[in-house]
Design a protein around this ligand. Structure first.
Ligand code: AMP
Ligand code: ZN
Length: 143
């Protein structure tokens, strides 16, 4: 069931994008959802999937609303279109400030490819291992 009417918030950037008042690189649209490129991608593919109506967070989606199912179906199609359905992708939602949410219009991130976040984590771990090896080399063999 879909309980919501199309409703916009005047100070919401994603509502402005949906209404065509702000530019975005749109990649997908259906009656309930729209998807566009994240303005600051953290991966080679970084798409945001949003409901066409203003819903601030995941917590505001009604229990009997099929919206999240529709966002999942949109993600399936987008992943297929971008050729990452089989190779793999991540789909995640940040909820409220503690969950890293910055834009308060519900959105799912679809990210794929060489994830910059993962790259930095791997680089940090690699540096720590090298540093430990260097320190033990300088200290010499344990007696
Ligand atoms: P979140 O932290 O989950 O709220 O993510 C908000 C995302 O929206 C960030 O990844 C931003 O880069 C992205 N973003 C902010 N403004 C725009 C915009 N005008 N068009 C596309 N993406 C945007
Ligand atoms: Zn909005």
């Amino acid at each position: 069931m879909n309980n919501h009417m199309t409703d916009y918030s005047s100070d919401c950037i994603f509502c402005k994008i949906i209404q065509g008042k702000l530019p975005a690189r749109k990649v997908y649209e259906d009656d309930l959802t729209m998807a566009f490129w994240d303005a600051n991608p953290t991966s080679p593919i970084h798409i945001l999937i949003v409901p066409k109506t203003h819903i601030p967070t995941l917590n505001d989606v009604a229990q009997d609303d099929t919206l999240m199912c529709r966002i999942g179906q949109a993600a399936q199609k987008i992943a297929k279109d971008f050729g990452v359905a089989e190779s793999g992708y991540r789909l995640f939602i940040n909820v409220n400030r503690g969950g890293g949410q910055v834009v308060f219009h519900l959105h799912a991130h679809l990210v794929a490819g060489n994830d910059v976040g993962t790259f930095f984590i791997k680089a940090a771990i690699g540096t720590a291992i090298l540093w430990r090896k260097l320190v033990s080399f300088v200290k010499g063999p344990k007696r």
